[in-house]
Design a protein around this ligand. Sequence first.
Ligand SMILES: [Mg+2]
Length: 230
Amino acid sequence: MIKTVFLDIDNTLWWFSRNSDKALHDTWLITGCDGWCYDYKHFHDTYESINLELWHRYSQGLVEKPVLEVRRFAHTLAACGFDGDSEQLGRRMNTIYLEQLVRHDELVPGALELLEYLHGKGYELNVLSNGFKGVQEKKLEAGGMKRYITHVILSEDCGVTKPRPGIYEYATAQCGCVPSETVMIGDDPVTDIPGAVNAGWLTIYLNMSGTACPAAHHTVNSLLEIKEIL
Ligand SMILES: [Mg+2]
């Protein structure tokens, strides 16, 4: 019998891709990039590809957070032909981007309704995220989700990122729950599901991208479908 629910934050509850697109555009304007880079779509697509690659390496423990934060912007600037100090502007862009990011609060459709439903059914609701400390809490607050969440478990506190072994044991120890009574809900077929399966948790994969995840116990295409499972 499931008693504890862990939810991923980005693109599971908080609509990261939507909010990030807005924050990136804000950052581009605030830092005056529109004065030398006339093709925003090129800048956006370059950033997305560099950032994605760095996040894959971050979740594997191959790159440190401070490096990821600066490099994603510095490399984008260099690739787009910026002729100044890419590292210096990259650092400033990262600060502004993170400030702008939490000003946007679009949630994945059904997020609040699902949290309210699960909370009402008596499950303990926790989040388990590789996102940055200080930023993740603000996302939960901005979206009005904080009141449903008992424990915020972040890879930065644990020292190990999903899907690597160690974070699931850390999470159950922090929350005092049992693996066989625990479920993980997340949108990433690599970072959210296989590691939780290996830790003995039930898993629900939110497939928003069209990528199958055969390892998941359940797959849903929208958050509210989870009401039929829990
Ligand atoms: Mg996610």
